[in-house]
Write a protein that binds this ligand. Sequence first.
Ligand SMILES: [Zn+2]
Length: 117
Amino acid sequence: MKPEKLRHIKKHLLRRLNELQFEAIQAAFEKKFVNDNPSDTVDKASLDFDQNEKLMMKERKMLLIKELQEAIMRIDRGVFGICEACEGRIAGRRLLATPTTRFCMVCMEKMRGPKAA
Ligand SMILES: [Zn+2]
């Protein structure tokens, strides 16, 4: 992959990372206003649902932040676009669509198994 293309992808990844980290900080801030131990008079079920939803979203975001950080690290190390399983090259089109991908199409499909295909 050409250096200017890598720079472009890195810039894109950094911007996305900044957005997510900003959202994470905001979410942490909002959490201060949420009661962690609701009394029985509160509609606990719906609150739990809400909390679970938020937790799931938070976990997804944390995972995404980690993936973005790893992708940026791979660019810095010069191993961006190299499959972690077979060390083959990941197709440029695939990288542009999903820069956080760590595996080539072949390995990805192997990992997913025949069911998901
Ligand atoms: Zn591979």
